[in-house]
Design a binder for this molecule. Structure first.
Ligand SMILES: C[C@](O)(CO)[C@H](O)COP(=O)(O)OP(=O)(O)OC[C@H]1O[C@@H](n2ccc(N)nc2=O)[C@H](O)[C@@H]1O
Ligand SMILES: Nc1ncnc2c1ncn2[C@@H]1O[C@H](COP(=O)(O)OP(=O)(O)OP(=O)(O)O)[C@@H](O)[C@H]1O
Length: 276
């Protein structure tokens, strides 16, 4: 039996700096791992197929796509039973599906002794999603291109935060469409690094204003966070916010029915397969 934790990420900065001919966007972003993870428990089975059991209902689980591709293209002779314990909210901008895909790829590379390098895993992962590449590195990384150029930084944060999880999720393609309708020039990555040099955390995300303008409830949540937090920001394409605050109770009260709070920490994590 094997276990691997698929950790979530936040985007400390996110800029969109160009567009590719196929419609995808060129990004520049600082990613950081956080203390929130999905659990993948894997067991080898004779029949060469993947069976997924989970505490969450997920349509078209990305892990099935990864399995179909890998079992077709590599020497995999047996099947797997996977229990997926989902903790990372869907459509939150925390990279849950992407992290699950990376953890699964990482695990089957070791379980079936495929001998793929990290660079090869990154290249394969781009068939399934742009955010997956980062999760083979973890910690604090500068991420560029569609998400495939990942530079691990010789630095990390260790900060207690809260995650504010609105009831409503945002789909990534919807957020990129909002950007296309109203393109913005931003320089949040430079702003983040400049402030970091002075030991200040100043995160920024090009999607935030766009998504907030499209949704009254998320705007209301942002107003509450601005009143009660040292700093706060939407992660990725939303809808989850991460924030530094010493007033979680007040926030919880004001949020009322709009969402929930989870305590977390910005902290370095890396993928690690455990066999038992
Ligand atoms: C917003 C971020 O989470 C920032 O970390 C990522 O850029 C999103 O990456 P992701 O969720 O892995 O996205 P994918 O599953 O690859 O693509 C979902 C949709 O987002 C858009 N997309 C995604 C990544 C990118 N660099 N440009 C895009 O335009 C495309 O319309 C695509 O159809
Ligand atoms: N293992 C998985 N975990 C979470 N979502 C998944 C998974 N497999 C497929 N999905 C689909 O991906 C959708 C979320 O993708 P979306 O890009 O909108 O959100 P996200 O929170 O930014 O996550 P990600 O960064 O992984 O794409 C879900 O609605 C779900 O249907």
């Amino acid at each position: 039996m094997f276990e691997i934790n698929a950790f979530a990420k936040v985007n400390l900065s996110l800029d969109i700096i160009g567009k590719y001919p196929d419609g995808y966007h060129e990004i520049r972003s600082v990613f950081h791992s956080i203390e929130l993870f999905d659990l993948l428990r894997l067991e080898l089975v004779k029949e060469k197929r993947l069976v997924i059991d989970s505490n969450a209902e997920i349509k078209d689980n990305i892990i099935h796509k990864v399995w179909d591709y890998m079992s077709l293209n590599f020497d995999i002779k047996s099947g797997l039973y996977l229990y997926l314990g989902k903790n990372i909210p869907l459509k939150g901008g925390l990279g849950g599906g992407s992290s699950d895909a990376a953890a699964f790829l990482y695990a089957i590379n070791l379980i079936f002794s495929l001998g793929l390098s990290r660079e090869e895993l990154v290249a394969i992962s781009m068939n399934f999603g742009s955010d997956i590449a980062y999760f083979f590195y973890g910690g604090m990384c500068l991420v560029e291109g569609r998400g495939e150029r990942v530079f691990k930084l010789d630095d990390y944060l260790n900060e207690e935060i809260i995650l504010v999880i609105p009831n409503k999720g945002i789909s990534t393609s919807f957020a990129y469409d909002l950007f296309d309708k109203n393109p913005q020039v931003s320089n949040y990555t430079k702003q983040f690094f400049d402030a970091k040099k002075k030991d200040i955390i100043r995160p920024g995300n090009v999607f935030e204003d766009l998504v907030l303008s499209s949704d009254v409830e998320l705007k209301k949540i942002k107003e509450i966070l601005n009143e009660e937090c040292e700093w706060n920001l939407m992660s990725g394409s939303g809808s989850v916010f991460f924030a530094k605050t010493n007033k979680p109770k007040q926030i919880e009260k004001k949020l009322s029915e709009m969402g929930r709070i989870v305590n977390s920490r910005i902290k370095p994590f890396e993928l690690r397969l455990i066999e038992f």
